[in-house]
Design a protein around this ligand. Structure first.
Ligand code: TXA
Ligand code: MG
Length: 351
């Protein structure tokens, strides 16, 4: 057990002394959780194998799931990747700092632990002042997975990090709620055309505007022969501790189906939760016990921002079962639906 400390930091003008203290912990081989624009990360010196090891241990993360290296400036790519093509330059110009992780050929000095033995390295520059200052002050690059226990929803609040990682990290920098709420888009540039390994806030449509066609068939964990080659698709992002059903289809059909299914559970005296859009929340009054709207179905940024927090909140509501409405897969909806489908796994109902 470590003595964990949590400190509030202003996300717009962080107290430099606090960040320096956090950087000193990183330099000394410790673990610091910090906010990014997507979710909270669990950071350690990414260029030292033994500190990277501590991340895997603290999260209970499978050793074969590679970590992302976080950089403070685009030039840092040259420290870890062997090749920076004009395409990479272009993507960096357009999307960094921001929620885009680029998978590039790895320099040999980067510990194999970080990349889980792969010849590639995932790199991203987060769009968050606390994160960028911490990386710069640490004088290294930060290996940082989402700061949740492996298999739990990613943390979008410092309190989520505390719930999962208390006693396992040295310091949690509390920079308030993360802006975007889903993890970065992971783009594999080793393939031609490039492939989205994990959808995120930089959308397929935005990438295709720059790159032309992009492969985006997300590989599911039921395909073990592909798992070995494409780690981004191997592990589900999270599982909930409540049976979780995702209902997909036309909005009206989805509502009817959830009402029906909820009725079956309630006739057995089971408490039912529903996670839905603002437009339809009124439809579940009287047929569900806990109803939470994620926001308007026409504003996917709002839906994404509140998704993980709402899922975590449901775990404390004592519902026996949770139904979620599906959304359109356009734009950011692709990332949201990817996370919902992974959480539901085989419990997807087509209305
Ligand atoms: O937004 C984010 O990306 C957050 C914040 C903290 O930056 N980080 C994050 O890290 O979500 P993590 O470790 O939870 O997810 C990293 C994903 C995994 O799906 C991993 O398999 C994939 O990126 N990945 C990392 N390096 C890779 C590589 N070299 N090849 C293929 N996939 C890689
Ligand atoms: Mg994660």
């Amino acid at each position: 057990m470590k003595a964990t400390e949590i400190v509030k930091v202003d996300p717009n003008s962080p107290d430099i002394d606090e960040i320096k203290r956090a950087a000193a912990i990183i330099k000394a081989g410790g673990l610091v959780a910090f906010p990014t624009e997507t979710v909270y990360g669990l950071g350690a010196d990414g260029l030292k194998a033994d500190t990277v090891d501590k991340i895997f241990l603290a999260k209970g993360r499978p050793q074969d799931n590679p970590l992302i290296l976080h950089v403070a400036s685009p030039d840092d790519i040259l420290r870890v990747a062997t090749e920076v093509s004009p395409i990479v330059d272009k993507l960096v110009q357009l999307f960094w700092p921001g929620p885009l992780t680029l998978v590039l050929p790895k320099q040999s000095h980067v510990p194999d632990k970080v990349s889980a033995g792969l010849p590639t390295i995932g790199v991203r520059m987060p769009d968050n002042i606390i994160a960028l200052t911490l990386i710069a002050e640490s004088g290294t690059l930060l290996a940082a997975p989402s700061a949740n226990l492996s298999g739990r929803p990613s943390p979008t609040l410092a309190s989520h990090v505390a719930d999962d990682m208390w006693g396992k990290v040295d310091l949690i920098l509390d920079g308030g709620p993360t802006r975007l709420g889903v993890e970065s888009t992971v783009l594999d540039l080793m393939e031609d055309p490039p492939r989205i390994l994990r959808p995120g806030s930089v959308t397929r449509e935005e990438l295709e505007d720059v790159l032309g066609h992009v492969e985006a068939q997300i590989l599911k964990d039921e395909r073990p022969f592909l798992r070995q080659v494409r780690p981004g698709g191997k592990y589900p992002h999270y599982t909930l501790d409540i049976p979780f059903f995702l209902v997909e289809g036309e909005p009206q059909a989805v509502i009817r189906r959830i009402q029906e299914e909820a009725g079956k559970y309630r006739s057995q005296a089971k408490k039912v939760g529903v996670m839905c859009s603002e437009e339809s929340k009124g439809q579940y009054l009287g047929c569900a016990d806990v109803i939470r709207s994620l926001g308007s179905r026409h504003d996917m940024t709002q839906i994404a921002a509140g998704l993980y927090r709402t899922l975590r909140d449901f775990e404390t509501c004592n519902v026996h079962v949770l139904f979620a409405e599906g959304f359109s897969e356009r734009g950011l909806g692709f990332a949201v639906m990817n996370r919902l489908r992974e959480a539901a796994r085989s419990r997807i109902i087509y209305a």
